[in-house]
Design a protein around this ligand. Structure first.
Ligand code: S3P
Length: 168
């Protein structure tokens, strides 16, 4: 079984995934990193040169590829939940978690990084709130929801480990 981390940008998927990887001694695959590696391009350049629709196609292809692996941690990009076929592939052989955080925390965690094309806006806070409200139904039904607010990545990782133990 895989462990899958989904959730909006800045909810801690990468940092929490790394902690989980250490605790569970499982390899972590970050879907965005895999896309960047296979295309030899930054995510923001893929968006800029080929558009979001093209990015979503490669994202699905990459998710399907790694969903066939076993016993890995898969950290997806924040928009992966939007496509049913992504979620079907991830769920087939994985326990899916969805990480949550408030818009303020998301803004704080993402503001130092300019590789998030969807947050390049005049008013990033308004953009976050807009995207979150559009996506909320998708995140709510994506998997086991975990609140990351005011918690360290290690604390959240431990919480996830406890949940996984109960499900065995
Ligand atoms: C996206 C989230 C990003 C990346 C791309 C699109 C989104 O990943 O996949 O910029 O649609 O929410 P992170 O959630 O890892 O930032």
């Amino acid at each position: 079984m895989n462990v899958v981390l989904t959730g909006f940008m800045g909810t801690g998927k990468t940092a929490i995934g790394r902690e989980l990887s250490k605790i569970l001694n499982m390899k972590i695959v970050d879907i965005d990193d895999e896309i960047e590696r296979s295309r030899e391009m930054k995510i923001s350049d893929i968006f800029e040169n080929f558009g979001e629709a093209f990015f979503r196609e490669i994202e699905t292809e990459t998710i399907k590829k790694f969903s066939r692996a076993d016993n890995i941690i898969i950290s997806t990009g924040g928009g992966a939940v939007l496509r049913q076929e992504n979620m079907d592939a991830l769920r087939e052989n994985g326990t899916v978690f969805c990480l949550n955080a408030s818009p303020r925390t998301i803004l704080d965690r993402t503001s130092g990084n300019d590789d998030r094309p969807l947050l390049k806006a005049e008013d990033p806070m308004a953009r976050i709130e807009e995207l979150l409200s559009l996506r909320r139904p998708f995140y709510e039904r994506a998997g086991i929801n975990i609140d990351t607010e005011d918690k360290t990545p290690l604390q959240v990782a431990r919480e996830i480990v406890e949940i996984l133990k109960c499900r065995k």
